[in-house]
Design a protein around this ligand. Sequence first.
Ligand code: SF4
Length: 357
Amino acid sequence: MIDIHDSAAVERLRRQLQLDPHPLRRLRNAFYKRRLDGACAVAELPEASRERAAAELRFHTLTLERTANSTVDGATKLLFAADDGVRVESVILRSRTGRTALCISSQAGCGAGCAFCATGHSGLLRNLSSSEILDQVVQANRMLRDEGRRVRNIVLMGMGEPFHNEAAVGEALAVLGRTDCFDHTLRHVAVSTVGVPAAMERCARRFPQVRLALSLHSARAAVRQQLIPTARRCSLEELRDAVATVNELQARRQPVMVEYLLLAGWTDRPEDLDALLAWCQGLHVHLNLIPFNAIPEATDLHPTPRPEREAFANRLKARGHRVTLRYSLGADVTAACGQLARSGRSADRPLSGTECG
Ligand code: SF4
């Protein structure tokens, strides 16, 4: 079958069906912009082509198995199954301003093994295809249509390290930005990474509008390596250079977002603050301080209490840094940062919990 997001293959089918480009534009418009299902989109074609198009075009690569709605903050977790049975999670985040964000996954599981992250404890099952990454957006947007909402911001912060699946993530970003497909403003897309310097720079060159978020979490090498095992592969200096290069390459004023997880006794001490200040010195970044969401696998990690988080933020602000103190959404459905599923193949596994960064 032909994947609807595969423009070259769809174009070949169009020629075989001897279709004018216009009906195909109508089909894409119905599917991507009007958010209709595949059958309704195919109905935009001339009658003589519909049967074959319906038989050949594949509109979805994931099956939505379950959803879990937060009762407190408007988050909805979506659990999908792929053809081979692996589970993938996405999270819809509705803000009170009416804006809607979608956190999507780039891998089933993750091989980065971050100590604070449920997905990291599950290991990597496999990379998602670009189509599986995009189908999360399609299906979330379909759900949101009935609410009069649409996904505005897309963050690749779900399961997986996006730059460990760089090719598929690049293909997905390209399709998201295509005017005849999603036509999604890439300024509203963010990719979060634990730090793969060469891939960060490649992404910034190819997609200068996409925002990058670096999950730093500690500016002390030994601590960072305990929290993020893959941190052994590159030094803090290399990360710093990559951030500076990305800032130069990106055609936007917003700087790289630096994510920093506040963990009691690990990343919130005066020496941690000093190291972070030293790492940031002269660097144009926006610091995002994240509260830790507990996971059963990390019994030695605890959140920094809120007054200390605020004090940490205030010290950074006093040194002239842009700082956001983030609050978690979706914790009651284990959809908050770091809680996304120990994705597996079992249909019986209870719907659990978001990640990267
Ligand atoms: S935080 Fe991101 S990179 Fe680290 S294990 Fe979790 S999903 Fe993977």
